[in-house]
Design a protein. Sequence first.
Length: 359
Amino acid sequence: MSVEAVTQRIRDAAQRGETLRIRGGGTKDFYGEPARGEELSTLGLSGITAYEPSELVVTVRAGTRLAELEAVLAERGQCLAFEPLHFAEGTTVGGMVAAGLAGPARASAGPVRDYVLGVTIVNGRGELLSFGGTVMKNVAGYDVSRLMVGALGTLGLIAEVSLKVLPVAPAEATLRFDMTQAEALRRLNEWGGQPLPLNASWWAAEQGRGTLSLRLRGAVAAVDAACRTLGGERLRSEEAAPQWLACRDQRLPGFAPREGGDLWRISVPQTAPVLELGDTLVEWHGAQRWVQARPGEGARIRDAAQRAGGHATLFRPRDAGATQRFTPLAPPLDRIHRELKREFDPAGVFNRGRLYPDF
């Protein structure tokens, strides 16, 4: 389906009062509230429309497979530094931006929105709009392009996106340490205050043994010096690489919901202590914690996250009609969200209910 056909479909839906459910590869259907409406696929909007390796910028249509884009970048020794998640082979670039989920390297590289330079969207009136551009300095005032990151398609259909890319680091090493969660959090905070090429980390306990995996990336001399300074067990690259892919794509045991349980994602300051919520996997140097819990424990988890200065999301619920996925918004933020929705999608055409049941 062409951009023109998509635009006309949206105009027709707005005129008839219909709701459309935007969908790319469908690999994140579980994330967020169940969206309502007739499916509107973005898979026909595919292809890399511009790539300037020397400028570190690529422009891609939303339905392009993420694996296809990453393969093209890899040929030129470049990558998406935030390490986007691949839940399945069908992951698309548009879905990556709409969900705003970054992988293990987010702790050092930054979030998805930091790499979005510009977008072309179709709003709820069926208007084709472009925001931002292909250079960082092109943004002045309110950065609408980054507003689309994490909006889960509630504000508009992403047709095309321009992304900043970075060279692949010349050196990488993974160190493994045996330690408790409390010790891992303490050490990660200490290391974070030192000039070390820290890139990613994850801690988990299996069979009563806590293990911290730490990935270093950067110049060869810097990585080698950090390995000597930090100690630990240095893993061979052929052993470490599959583990980091499993962490990125949430295939580690700590991500699999226990039988009859839910998987919660907790975002807190890196300095937050152990939350004592049960089985936990820690990422992003302590800033992201994954917790296994029984249904009905949402209030306890959200209270613990709030007391630690963060918030909690029901990431993979056992029951489709379970607790509200995202933390309820404070009144001022709720008002801003609703006003933005009315501005971009006044007729409520897109992904109704995907962020919040009544939004």
